[in-house]
Design a protein around this ligand. Structure first.
Ligand code: UT7
Length: 343
């Protein structure tokens, strides 16, 4: 049993200025505002500027999180960025982000677990804190999905958006542990249900691959839908039982923001009332690894979570990958001076 635990001490987020509405989409793909709203719940999404790569979205979210945590970027020991839309195949997006926030004492790496990436990164960060190696870890979920979707494919381009969210996770005494339980899973047998076929070593980007649109995201939406509900509900049940917590103790269920019908079904299976299922996908669409930290920061900034309350996070995405995490919001709340940031 470690003598250390992990606790969030600050959150932040950033979405690009440009808003693309469903009605805007009607102008270049055969779709309708009515279809998108009723089938997905999405009304609009944000689109990053040409000079805003994923790392820049993440850096802006990180600056807000550092401000909320009241620590300097130089105090960060580690930066983990979850993304499927990296700035470059390498160096990793964490290094690009590090340069922008001047966190020059941090080691940096990225995690690619698609929409589950932020949860995988959070648990990874927590373990670096629990084992005593680091004091402050910046965990970022950032995506420029507009750079990987095929804007001529109506079955995918209407779903995704750009954005970023960040959390500063810090080492605390074990009795103040906030990440109460965690579950992560994967199934590589279904890797072709949601993926980008070309651009890696299996299939480099060639003119022929580009001609077929293989460098864009491909998804079998119907199959993913079916698998997502069961996997997220199951992962949530496991973390609740690990922590000995019941669903009526959950202040917010924060599921990966893919489709209101999926979110509602997960809530229903768990017995979480609809008013406790957090949703912001009407504003941002599916921002992949950024959806959970975007929601988390919104909950925190709107004062919708109090000290000691429980948040249940869950995600599902390409890989396949899925996970859930039970968080107890810290005592004292992030940003308050009593918070132990130096142990
Ligand atoms: O982030 C990772 C996890 N991702 C997800 O969880 C996504 C999961 N999947 C979904 O959310 C849903 O499957 C979608 C929103 C992607 C699609 O909804 P659906 O109810 O499963 O629709 P569908 O794919 O079965 O398509 C129904 C119809 C089709 O027409 P036909 O074959 O019935 O004539 C599609 O061609 O809707 C058509 N369609 C569209 N129509 C207007 C597909 N996309 C569009 C569109 N506008 N954008």
């Amino acid at each position: 049993m470690s003598s250390y635990g992990a606790a969030p001490i600050g959150t932040g987020s950033y979405v690009p200025e440009k808003v693309l509405t469903n009605t805007d989409l009607e102008e270049f793909v055969e779709t309708s505002d009515e279809w998108i709203r009723t089938r997905t719940g999405i009304h609009e999404r944000r689109i990053a500027a040409d000079d805003e790569p994923t790392s820049t979205l993440g850096a802006k979210a990180a600056e807000h999180a550092l401000h909320a945590a009241d620590i300097d970027a130089s105090q960060l020991d580690l930066i983990i960025v979850a993304t499927l839309s990296p700035d470059t195949p390498f160096p990793n997006t964490g290094c690009h982000l590090q340069r922008q926030i001047q966190a020059m004492n941090a080691a940096c790496f990225s995690i690619e677990a698609a929409c589950s990436g932020f949860l995988f990164a959070l648990e990874t960060a927590a373990n670096f804190l629990r084992n005593g190696m680091y004091k402050h870890v910046l965990v970022v979920g950032a995506e420029k999905m507009s750079s990987v979707v095929n804007w001529q494919d109506r079955s995918t381009c209407v779903l995704f958006g750009d954005g970023a969210g960040a959390v500063v996770l810090s080492r605390v005494p074990a009795e103040h542990e906030c990440l109460l339980a965690s579950e992560m899973g994967s199934n590589g047998h279904h890797s072709d249900l949601l993926y980008i076929p070309a651009g890696g070593s299996a299939q480099p980007v060639t003119p022929e691959a580009m001609e077929k649109g293989l460098h864009y995201l491909h998804m079998n939406g119907r199959e993913i839908f079916k698998l997502a509900v069961g996997a997220m509900a199951d992962a949530c049940s496991k973390v609740l039982s690990q922590a000995g917590t019941s669903s009526d103790q959950i202040r917010w269920l924060i599921p990966h923001q893919a489709n209101t019908r999926i979110l509602a079904s997960v809530g229903k299976r768990l017995g979480v009332p609809p008013e406790s299922v957090f949703m912001n996908l009407h504003k941002y669409g599916n921002t992949s690894a950024a959806t959970i930290p975007l929601c988390l920061d919104e909950v925190v900034r709107n004062n919708q979570v109090d000290e000691g309350e429980h948040l249940l996070l869950t995600a599902f995405g390409g890989g396949l990958t899925w996970g859930a995490q039970l968080l107890r919001w810290p005592h004292p709340a992030p940003g308050t001076p009593q918070n132990d940031k130096t142990n």
